[in-house]
Design a protein around this ligand. Structure first.
Ligand SMILES: Cc1cc2nc3c(=O)[nH]c(=O)nc-3n(C[C@H](O)[C@H](O)[C@H](O)COP(=O)(O)O)c2cc1C
Length: 250
């Protein structure tokens, strides 16, 4: 299987860096092809703006969707976007490695979606959800969080992890990916706030690495998160009264 890692951490020697290393070595060891897109190392520019589209008509107000579509159709997208799209084309599984920052992905990864998921090329009004461009490919979030796991329980002070990850899960499904359950390592303290002694922390982090290493070989056989599709919605885009999914979500 061709596996693309999109890594969004500024420090390769971090715990996130260690998890990326595990993903690479473990998957290669069992015969998969692995490529790493390290957004910080590659100095990916996450800010969508007019300057990326040198050939656009001057004097016009900048309309990101229009420019993305026009440049995609003319095969004139910025070089780094073309590179990212080629990587995605090659990949059968995409693993996103990142720390939870302010209840979300770091800005560099948010901007990667803004710029790489090109309107007109990777989604249109019809080419979305279960009709999405990336149908047949899988994606997974490998996340670290500073707060300990109990704090992320329902009514916990750190909030519901499923809710924090929903925007990314929904975006991946929006462009057609089958999304696997996330791998979340909780209580990863990179300094500052401490919840436990150094020895206990070290043991905890080793456990997080071990659990991820053990999960990796089975990824291609795992069931994916069930989402509603076009056939489940009425004309307003709302789940039909008759949908069995209403029971699951209700
Ligand atoms: C800017 C910033 C925002 C953060 N926001 C959160 C947060 O919302 N929830 C949380 O549990 N941890 C938060 N943290 C802690 C990080 O998730 C934690 O330091 C990281 O997952 C540890 O992994 P690392 O050692 O690879 O950096 C934040 C850290 C930073 C730097």
């Amino acid at each position: 299987m061709n596996v693309l890692i999109i890594s969004a951490h500024p420090e390769p020697r971090s715990f996130n860096g260690a998890l990326v290393d595990i993903t690479v070595s473990r998957l290669k060891a069992i015969g998969h092809q692995v490529e790493v897109g390290d957004l910080y190392q590659e100095r990916f520019d996450p800010v969508e703006r007019a300057e990326h589209y040198a050939s656009r008509g001057s004097g016009e107000p900048f309309a990101p969707l229009d420019e993305q579509r026009a440049h995609h159709d003319r095969q004139a997208l910025p070089k780094e976007i073309t590179r990212e799209l080629a990587r995605l084309e090659w990949a059968e599984l995409v693993v996103f490695h990142f720390p939870l920052w302010w209840h979300a992905q770091p800005a560099i990864l948010k901007g990667w979606f803004d710029r790489v998921m090109v309107y007109g090329g990777r989604y249109t009004s019809r080419m979305r959800y279960d009709q999405g461009y990336f149908q047949g490919k899988r994606a997974l979030l490998c996340v670290t969080a500073g707060s300990p796991e109990p704090a992320f329980q329902p009514f916990g002070r750190a909030g519901d992890m499923a809710a924090w990850l929903w925007p990314m899960h929904a975006s991946l499904y929006y462009v057609g990916f089958d999304v696997l359950a996330p791998q979340v390592s909780y209580g990863v303290q990179g300094g500052g706030i401490e919840y436990q002694g150094k020895a206990a922390l070290r043991e905890h982090l080793e456990g997080c690495k071990r659990r991820w290493a053990e999960r990796l070989p089975g990824l291609s056989n795992e069931a994916t998160i069930p989402f509603a599709g076009w056939g489940d919605w009425n004309e307003q885009g709302v789940l039909k009264e008759t949908s069995p999914l209403r029971w699951r979500l209700g």
